[in-house]
Ligand binder design. Structure first.
Ligand code: CAA
Length: 257
């Protein structure tokens, strides 16, 4: 029997996905990335899920794209079957995604973490883009997202040397949100996911979109998007509920409508 590539669980409006190829440090082969995009899209449509939590295991979040699968590929193979098409599906997920990273997050693993919206890492996590050592460069957003996250000179050093950085340095550079002890990683990341799952889902969705727009729009256009999203939320029941609950000094009950 073949083991599933992903372990999926739904708890308290959090959809948890664990990458499950431990024998190859969760190397991201096309089947795994396809399944990951499928599951994330299903969770995006599931009203009982308000936040997605993505994890690996204690040795690796993911050690990159599957080198065995890629080693003999040609440019034509990638044109015929676009290698990163499923990655594009992941970046279009509208619900927030939290990455809980332990161990290696290298190459595609680091890029997958950067596709997520918040990254919580264990003290032993390591982030890097070692593709240069294989004669290639990052292909799932590494040169772009890492540079936006840590700035040109730090991204340049990481990508040109291929040397990984420890979680504490990643925190100082603004690549990740928090560093926690390994044994409490899962719980801390879950609590954060649960906290976000308790927020009004429409506002969360538009807030995510607006922040992502800041990464690629000029300020004028980004501000325009933000203002329209703000106006749009005044058509939601949750805006009424949120503001009334404040005035009535009670806890709001958000329905996602
Ligand atoms: N692809 C395929 N298999 C991988 C892998 C990968 N990215 N990373 C690790 N594995 C496999 C190893 O081949 C090994 O398998 P065997 O036991 O069958 O030999 C198993 O996982 C365990 O790995 P190691 O024995 O190497 O473990 P280690 O603890 O000694 O070293 C490591 C860990 C430093 C992460 C090392 O495995 C490594 O350097 N891995 C490759 C990292 C890498 O270059 N990633 C970038 C890939 S390219 C990419 O991601 C492109 C992109 O932008 C999308």
């Amino acid at each position: 029997m073949t083991e599933s590539l992903l372990i999926i669980e739904k708890t308290e409006q959090v959809g948890k996905i664990q990458l499950n190829r431990p024998q190859v440090l969760n190397a991201l082969n096309t089947a795994l990335v396809r399944e990951l995009a499928d599951v994330m899209e299903q969770m995006d449509q599931d009203d009982d899920i308000r936040c997605i939590l993505l994890t690996g295991n204690d040795k690796a979040f993911a050690a990159g794209a599957d080198i065995g699968e890629m080693a003999e590929a040609t440019s034509v193979d990638f044109i015929v079957k676009p290698f990163f098409a499923d990655w594009d599906r992941i970046r279009k997920i509208s619900k927030p995604i939290i990455a809980a990273v332990d161990g290696f997050a290298l190459g595609g693993g680091c890029e997958l973490a950067m596709c997520c919206d918040i990254i919580v890492a264990s003290e032993t996590a390591r982030f890097g883009q070692p593709e240069i050592n294989l004669g290639v460069i990052p292909g799932a957003g590494g040169t772009q997202r890492l540079t936006r996250a840590v700035g040109k000179v730090r991204a340049m050093e990481m990508i040109l040397t291929g040397k990984p950085i420890p979680a504490q340095v990643a925190l100082e550079l603004g690549l990740i949100n928090r560093v926690v002890p390994s044994e409490s990683l899962e719980e801390e990341a879950f609590q954060l996911a649960k906290e976000i799952a308790g927020k009004p889902p429409l506002a969360v969705r538009l807030a995510k979109q607006a922040v992502l727009k800041a990464m690629d729009l000029p300020l004028e256009h980004g501000l325009h998007f933000e203002q329209h999203s703000f106006y749009l939320l005044f058509s939601s029941d949750d805006q009424r509920e949120g503001m009334r609950a404040f005035q009535e000094k009670r806890k709001p009950d958000f329905k996602g409508k």
